[in-house]
Write a protein that binds this ligand. Structure first.
Ligand SMILES: [Fe+2]
Ligand SMILES: [Fe+2]
Length: 172
């Protein structure tokens, strides 16, 4: 049996990863409607990654014999008024998620659940990458606008493809 508090936090994180997918879908849709299909593609891949994160949480809970409560997924509440907005919202969101993952990791230590701690190590590393990517997107966008090369950057971003996560959890 998993520690009750830890189980609740994992269940919440599963839901929040799905919310992240929803949020990035909102960003992707914004860019596709603006004709910036490369930026749209970038966030479409983010959607898939967030779904992966949720499914890993789910798999971990099922592996441990826990059930997942399927809570409602919140509606993304960000108002986008400028092409740069989603990039800034994304960085702030990833910084927020990093905090949640650290709280979860702390809870594994309090519960003495070293297996869950090891599972979450992957997410700690993943968040470093997520923040790096989000930061670099802002820098690249700003530079492209300054240099008048936004179209070239958009074309480049069309090349991003989904890759299976490096972490795999066997449920049974
Ligand atoms: Fe995530
Ligand atoms: Fe993320």
């Amino acid at each position: 049996m998993m520690d009750r508090h830890l189980r609740e936090l994992l269940n919440d994180q599963f839901n929040k990863e799905l919310y992240s997918a929803y949020l990035y879908m909102d960003f992707a849709d914004y860019y596709h409607n603006r004709g910036l299909h490369g930026f749209g593609n970038w966030y479409d891949v983010q959607v898939q990654e967030e779904r992966d994160h949720a499914m890993l949480m789910r798999a971990w809970m099922l592996k441990r014999g826990e059930t997942i409560e399927l809570l409602p997924i919140a509606k993304p509440d960000k108002t986008i008024t400028d092409d740069a907005d989603p990039l800034h919202f994304a960085l702030a969101h990833e910084q927020y998620v990093t905090g949640l993952i650290h709280t979860l990791h702390d809870a594994t230590e309090v519960a003495g659940d070293t297996d869950s701690a090891k599972f979450l190590d992957w997410f700690v590393k993943e968040q470093v990458e997520e923040e790096e990517n989000a930061t670099s997107m802002i820098e690249r966008y700003d530079k492209a606008v300054a240099d008048g090369t936004l179209e070239a950057l958009d074309t480049e971003l069309k090349g991003r493809r989904w890759k299976a996560p490096s972490l795999h959890v066997d449920i049974f």
